[in-house]
Design a protein around this ligand. Structure first.
Ligand SMILES: Nc1ncnc2c1ncn2[C@@H]1O[C@H](COP(=O)(O)OP(=O)(O)OP(=O)(O)O)[C@@H](O)[C@H]1O
Ligand SMILES: Nc1nc2c(c(=O)[nH]1)N=C(CO)CN2
Length: 299
């Protein structure tokens, strides 16, 4: 399998923010208040801030501390789970650069009828992103490879399939001078995922490998191809993961199913139905509905 660079896993850790709050199930907790202590760990890429020395490329820990304080001292909740969830949601809503957050809320003087050291809840939240993936196969049982790939994607951690385009039958786009190939079955899948792009690509390669995909010649016939078309607005020039996919905007076998699923989706700042309309007629005509093939299912 091809190795891809790991997603950056830098962190900002803010620990021990303490203040009096009025959270708790008991009436005396609501009346008298007690101390709450909060730790927050943000997962984000700190390389841009390190390279530019600019505060606006990271998260200001002072502002973060004030945000936490406002929640501890703010509207009381019965559960510290609720408080932790509110703090985590605040972070994701206010800092788009943050990929994931862990919040620990300690309640060191909680009403527990035995001696104890500490009680705390830990919540983790990850930002989900919209990704589109192209599936293709032109060897073997094409539909079952695409069906397997769909279920493989749907089963990835932190990932939900939110759209499946119709299957299309497409003439193979080949390199000049290469021999004829069987037609492809193609489709496009929309995902919401907490996986970083590199992890999603690694998963795509694992799914291809499960269908005995062997990389031999470029654009050669294959039992399964899983390409990452786009990942939110992320742009990447790394050869192992180019985003958006550098050829997606000119491929009828991508744009026809994608435009059927979500015509207004943007690729390179343009709607996919407009990109499709701009392709030569003969290319659009090389893509046909896959009559006789059952649609893919999310069982
Ligand atoms: N957005 C992307 N999606 C999938 N693979 C990518 C992407 N960007 C770069 N790659 C890299 O491209 C390499 C070749 O991928 P693959 O064998 O699927 O290409 P291909 O399907 O023959 O051609 P094409 O990329 O034109 O569809 C992979 O090892 C992968 O790391
Ligand atoms: N019709 C069609 N042609 C292709 C396809 C594909 O998915 N469909 N994939 C290729 C390389 O990814 C090369 N050519």
């Amino acid at each position: 399998m091809v190795r891809v660079a790991e997603a950056p896993r830098d962190r900002i850790e803010l620990r021990g923010v303490r203040a009096t709050g009025y959270h708790g199930v008991f009436e005396f907790e609501r009346r008298d208040g007690q101390e709450f202590v909060v730790d927050v760990v943000l997962g984000l890429d700190l390389a841009p801030a390190a390279a530019t020395d600019a505060l606006d490329r990271t998260v200001d820990y002072g502002g973060l501390a004030l945000q936490v304080l406002a929640r501890i001292e703010g509207e009381p909740s019965d559960l510290i789970e609720t408080l932790a969830g509110r703090i985590a949601d605040d972070v994701l809503a206010s800092a788009p650069i943050v990929a994931d957050v862990e919040v620990v809320v300690h309640k060191p003087t909680a009403p527990i009828p035995t001696p104890f050291g500490d009680v705390a809840v830990v919540v983790r939240r990850s930002r989900t992103r919209v990704a589109r993936v192209a599936l293709g196969a032109n060897l073997g049982d094409r539909r079952s490879a695409l069906q397997g790939a769909l279920l493989g994607l749907a089963g990835l951690p932190g990932t939900r399939v939110t759209g499946v385009a119709p299957l299309v039958e497409t003439a193979a786009v080949t390199l000049p001078g290469s021999g004829p190939q069987p037609d492809y079955l193609n489709t496009v899948v929309r995902l919401e995922t907490a996986l970083p792009p590199a992890d999603l690509l690694a998963a795509a390669h694992r799914i291809e490998a499960a269908y005995a995909r062997v990389r031999t010649e470029r654009w050669g016939a294959r039992t399964l191809d899983v390409d990452l078309l786009s990942y939110d607005g992320v742009e990447s020039a790394a050869p192992e993961l180019l985003l958006p996919h550098p050829r997606a905007h000119e491929r009828a076998f991508v744009l026809v199913p994608w435009a059927a699923l979500e015509p207004g989706a943007l690729l390179l700042g343009r709607r996919v139905d407009e990109l499709l309309a701009g392709l030569p007629e003969e290319e659009r005509a090389s893509v046909r509905p896959a009559e006789g093939e059952l649609p893919l299912e999310l069982v």
